[in-house]
Design a binder for this molecule. Structure first.
Ligand SMILES: NC(=O)c1ccc[n+]([C@@H]2O[C@H](COP(=O)([O-])OP(=O)(O)OC[C@H]3O[C@@H](n4cnc5c(N)ncnc54)[C@H](OP(=O)(O)O)[C@@H]3O)[C@@H](O)[C@H]2O)c1
Length: 342
């Protein structure tokens, strides 16, 4: 049995609850939201495990959360961070089977941006040895969301639209869609990313800053008839994209990368064309999907990372102690995740 220290280094939340004025997953200075702290190493309760961190990822949801604009309230002084990978060093009652396993996890009672993390056993996935710690640190939130949302798209036709397609999740969905014989229609904001997305599997790539983007998209809609729009941006262009789609189309909002509040300009789209606007949140998928279906999805995710069909692009690695001073500037880089190491 490993002897555990009494205390640990952690990056903690500076504020409680929710903000009344969300501004999106961007920060100028992490010190406005986070602080460094020495915390007691937590003890796992029933159904929980204590994990010694190997690597944690920084997702847009982490930034929404530290700013008080995510789907759960902040607790001042608690460690930040939702997702990572590490070794189970202690277990509570009922979670003994995970002792000493290397797992991907999503946190419960304490955050991932700390040397030790408490997680519910049901939110831990033992990792195949071929999967690196860095892929393990981004193994749950985006990959499960990609699997779930492409499944929704597949049920509604051969083509689907996705925004922010250069995000990690967008790239996973382009390649998965292509592998399943679907035609992903990708929206990006940087022209220099078009070729890379086509190589990943996008059937069409449109640049949102191009003046003719809506006309070009309308033409593509006439040919490919996409009926699902997986949207992480949710701005006025998204509304125009939705309006250009064929009848019965579904605008599925799953992120809020733009702070702009879009206006619905044509209510007839909903009334006469049978279109729908809805949301997707992985948390709801996890609670509503039968365990055997989730196990199948998890196995497919690991297989895709193990054989190289999927990978996590990394823009920077930061140690826990370098996180607060450097996070804001590192998040400004495009092209990959910031990965945190102990
Ligand atoms: N609902 C759910 O359950 C769920 C689960 C997982 C993820 N998500 C959401 O999925 C989205 C992607 O997550 P991720 O981890 O894959 O993100 P990521 O890898 O960190 O990438 C985000 C990318 O989005 C692009 N972007 C940022 N702001 C934009 C804007 N205003 N307009 C257009 N593109 C913009 C940027 O790409 P460029 O710099 O290349 O343009 C940025 O690199 C986030 O909104 C996240 O919250 C939701």
């Amino acid at each position: 049995m490993t002897t555990l220290p009494q205390s640990m280094f952690a990056t903690v939340l500076l504020h409680d609850g929710f903000t009344g004025s969300p501004t999106g997953p961007y920060i100028d200075d992490a010190g406005d939201w986070l602080a460094e702290a020495e915390l007691p190493v937590p003890e796992p309760g029933p159904g929980q495990v204590l994990i010694k961190l190997r690597a944690a990822s920084v997702n847009p949801s982490d930034i929404h959360f530290i700013k008080g604009e995510y789907g759960q309230p902040r607790v001042k002084g608690a460690a930040a961070g939702f997702e990572g990978c590490g070794d189970v060093v202690a277990t509570g009652k009922g979670a003994e089977a995970l002792q000493d396993q290397r797992v991907a996890f999503v946190t419960g009672g304490s955050g991932a941006w700390a040397e030790y993390v408490l997680a519910p056993a049901i939110m831990c996935i033992p990792l195949r040895p071929e999967i690196s710690d860095e892929d393990g640190a981004a193994q749950i939130v985006n990959p499960l969301t990609a699997m779930a949302m492409v499944d929704i798209a597949r049920a509604s036709g051969n083509a689907f639209v996705l925004s922010a397609a250069t995000s990690q999740l967008g790239k996973l969905m382009c390649s998965l869609g292509h592998d399943l014989g679907l035609k992903p229609i990708a929206l990006v904001r940087r022209p220099e990313t078009v070729e890379a997305l086509k190589e990943l599997g996008a059937a069409e790539v449109l640049v949102t800053t191009h003046p003719n983007v809506v006309q070009d998209f309308s033409q593509i809609c006439r040919e490919l008839k996409p009926r699902v729009f997986l949207d992480a941006v949710v701005d006025q262009l998204s509304e125009q994209v939705f309006c250009a789609m064929p009848n019965q189309a579904r605008w599925i909002c799953y992120g809020k990368l733009s702070a702009e509040a879009p206006t619905l300009t044509q209510s007839g789209q909903l009334i006469f064309m049978g279109k729908q606007i809805e949301g997707f949140w992985l948390t709801n998928w996890v609670t509503s999907t039968p365990p055997e279906d989730q196990a199948r999805v998890v196995a497919e995710v690991q297989a895709r990372f193990a054989d190289g069909r999927w990978k996590t692009d990394i823009s920077e690695r930061l140690s826990l102690k370098a996180l607060v001073p450097n996070l804001a500037s590192e998040l400004q880089k495009s092209g990959g995740k910031v990965i945190i190491t102990p």
